[in-house]
Write a protein that binds this ligand. Structure first.
Ligand code: BTN
Length: 258
């Protein structure tokens, strides 16, 4: 597939944001945008700076998994310096921003799966990874990593074929990555600027989750729990009602809908 250029200028020209995406660090290839973003955050780069890669050699997912980001993907990390009260909302706002921007640019309908997967027709199209360094006085920085499967055929990657989709597969043709990135940066800024009031973010995120009310299996550490995903709390945790009626709060895990 031919690819649109992700040059910093094509992203920033006329971009209607105040600080998110005003500075773009573009790499044709790197290990992970998270690593470069961390180095830049430690050096104190301006809030809202974005590291973008055409290709990642060692993209990371949640729970120490690898993240495949071949040519045609969106792989980016946004550097933020939030207050501690804002931390629980970063994952939610990133998932919402990705879902909104995919919907606005492509017209496709997305769903969210707890904690932060964006799905189309039940298959994963986008993943979110938030990494934070906290020091005694509060967070030193937070990095929101967003990976979106855009212009490649998932059929070319058998390892993700059963669980993932791409925008090109759903649309039957290519879509502009620049348009999606620009919309994404606008959405992130709008949502992030509402903090410390995280209530609207939490409500929209909760409302979009396909997980709630469903029978699920949750892999958390070595255990796999089964039950009904009853609710999510404002800190992002999942409340699971198990078969014996007991409730368990899950902070990190992986859900399969049954
Ligand atoms: C997940 O669903 O497990 C999270 C995937 C996050 C992938 C993105 S791609 C940009 C950034 N750089 C990485 O190495 N990971 C995140």
């Amino acid at each position: 597939m031919s690819q649109d250029s992700l040059s910093p200028n094509s992203i920033t020209a006329g971009l209607g944001t105040r600080f998110i995406g005003r500075k773009i660090l573009y790499y044709p290839e790197l290990s992970s945008t998270m690593d470069i973003a961390r180095k830049e955050a430690r050096r104190g780069i301006a809030e809202g700076a974005v590291v973008i890669a055409e290709e990642q050699r060692a993209g990371r997912g949640r729970l120490k998994r690898a993240w495949l980001s071949p040519k045609g993907s969106i792989a980016l990390s946004i550097i933020l310096y939030p207050r501690i009260s804002g931390l629980p909302y970063l994952v939610m706002l990133a998932a919402l921003a990705a879902a909104r921007s995919i919907e606005k640019v492509t017209g496709l309908k997305t769903q969210l799966k707890w904690p932060n997967d964006v799905l189309i027709n039940g298959k994963k199209v986008c993943g979110i990874l938030v990494e934070t360094e906290v020091v005694e006085s509060g967070p030193a920085y937070a990095i929101i990593g967003i990976g979106i499967n855009v212009n490649f055929r998932v059929a070319d990657f058998p390892e993700i074929l059963d669980i993932a989709t791409s925008l090109a597969d759903e649309l039957g043709g290519e879509v502009s990555r620049v348009k999606i990135i620009r919309q994404l940066l606008v959405e992130v800024e709008e949502l992030y600027s509402a903090l410390p009031d995280g209530e609207p973010i939490y409500q929209e995120w909760r409302g979009r989750l396909v997980t709630l009310g469903r029978k699920v299996q949750v892999k958390t550490g070595a255990a796999t729990l089964e039950g009904i995903a009853e609710d999510v709390a404002q800190d992002g945790s999942l409340l699971l009602r198990q078969v014996d009626g007991s409730h368990t709060r899950i902070v990190a895990g992986d859900v399969s809908l049954s």
